[in-house]
Write a protein that binds this ligand. Structure first.
Ligand SMILES: *[C@@H]1O[C@H](CO)[C@@H](O)[C@H](O)[C@H]1NC(C)=O
Ligand SMILES: *[C@@H]1O[C@H](CO)[C@@H](O)[C@H](O)[C@H]1NC(C)=O
Length: 374
């Protein structure tokens, strides 16, 4: 890009944009490395999507299994994210497995992390459908890995399979909804904004993708703590956005002190938005996402970004270690059609406009992640 900045004939920004578009359409695979903003763009219909069929991924959990739960429209699976300045490189599971041979990937956070983890495991399984895999859980950590073939097979096809299964890539998810600790004490369950003992599980992992947000506004019976502790003081409650920021700073301090960025790639998943208020997308009668079959096709969301996005950006900007923001908020806001609605865990009496159907929107989050680490 430096070439163009120095050029004398760079007289107007529109000319510059035209040139940029020509370069990108020619190369077709411009990535963040050459300055393209991957997160500004629009959804375009592309019948070559989804990246895998939901029915071909045998281990999707019920809460994301929209088709199995009865959702019949499939248009929502056929949109591709098109950044304005370039085109994403299509996800290639074999390339990712090759890059992470013998390594580990871990998502850390709430059920939106689970959603993205499940999407990635489906995408990898699709790349090597014949390979056997194992999904196991120890404590809060669930691990997906391909099983090894221990002998040297004579059969050429089996040899090929062995080569692929021998990637020994671990894809894990650590359920940690606040990132900071919730500890059982005599007075009850205490959410400790300055304490992050859970971090010991994250050391030595080759790529970490963190997320927390959805639980910070929980109140009533599903709030999993009784007191909140900050700076040695125990309180009944406090401003939740402020609590979120303090906890994120605790997490940032932990990462700065404990992670070696030459060994671990670091990402923050960003704020995954919900759709419970149609006014925000120009459909005031809609009280939730039910019946939504198509995305918003523009490049902006009428309701704007949730304020938590600014908090995340502020905290990340002050960090010493390079944590890349997987800035999925806007592109996901445009996907009012991507949620399970009545085809999620709660079935027809539930209404889930927070999680995402698989195949679906989180596949794009992973395709973006892939473009950032290629
Ligand atoms: C799956 O992983 C678990 C935990 O590591 C292990 O105990 C179990 O034996 C594995 N299953 C297979 C079939 O290898
Ligand atoms: C939906 O959003 C609009 C615009 O921000 C707001 O005025 C309204 O109170 C919201 N409705 C609900 C039910 O939260």
């Amino acid at each position: 890009m430096g070439v163009w900045v120095d050029a004398n004939y760079l007289v107007s920004s529109s000319f510059y944009l035209l040139v940029l578009c020509l370069i990108c359409s020619r190369k077709g695979n411009a990535t963040a490395a050459n300055g393209c903003d991957l997160f500004t763009g629009r959804w375009v219909f592309d019948p070559s999507y989804p990246l895998y069929k939901a029915s071909a991924c045998p281990f999707i959990q019920k809460e994301f299994s929209c088709q199995k739960n009865g959702r019949q429209d499939l248009l929502y699976t056929q949109y591709r994210w098109q950044p304005l300045g370039c085109t994403l490189t299509r996800f290639n599971g074999l390339k990712l497995l090759e890059k992470f041979r013998g390594k580990s990937i871990m998502f850390v956070g709430d059920s939106l992390s689970l959603n993205q983890w499940q999407s990635l495991t489906c995408m990898l399984h699709y790349a090597v459908p014949g390979a056997q895999f194992n999904i196991s859980r120890v404590g809060d950590v669930t691990t997906f890995e391909f099983l090894l073939i221990k002998y040297e097979p004579c059969d050429i096809q089996l040899r090929q399979l062995k080569k692929m299964q021998d990637y020994e890539v671990k894809v894990m998810v650590d359920r940690s909804v606040y990132l900071v600790d919730v500890v059982m004490e005599k007075i009850g369950r205490v959410l400790k904004l300055d304490s992050i003992q859970g971090g010991k599980l994250w050391k030595g992992i080759d790529m970490l993708i963190f997320n927390t947000w959805h639980w910070w506004n929980r109140r009533g019976p599903t709030q999993p703590w009784d007191y909140i502790e900050v700076g040695g003081v125990i309180k009944q409650d406090m401003d939740r956005m402020q609590a979120f920021e303090i906890a994120l700073n605790t997490w940032a301090g932990w990462v700065d002190a404990n992670i070696d960025p030459s060994k671990s790639l670091l990402f923050f998943q960003g704020i995954s938005p919900s759709h419970y208020n149609g006014t925000l997308w120009g459909e005031p009668k809609a009280k939730n996402c039910v019946g939504q079959k198509q995305p918003l096709l523009g490049t902006t969301y009428p309701g704007g970004l949730p304020p938590a996005v600014d908090v995340v950006k502020k905290v990340l900007s002050k960090m010493k270690k390079p944590v890349k923001l997987l800035d999925i908020t806007l592109l996901s806001l445009l996907r009012k059609d991507g949620h399970p609605s009545m085809y999620g865990l709660g079935g027809s009496t539930g209404m889930d406009c927070s999680h995402w159907c698989l195949a679906g929107v989180p596949d794009t989050w992973n395709e973006l992640l892939y473009n950032l680490i290629l």
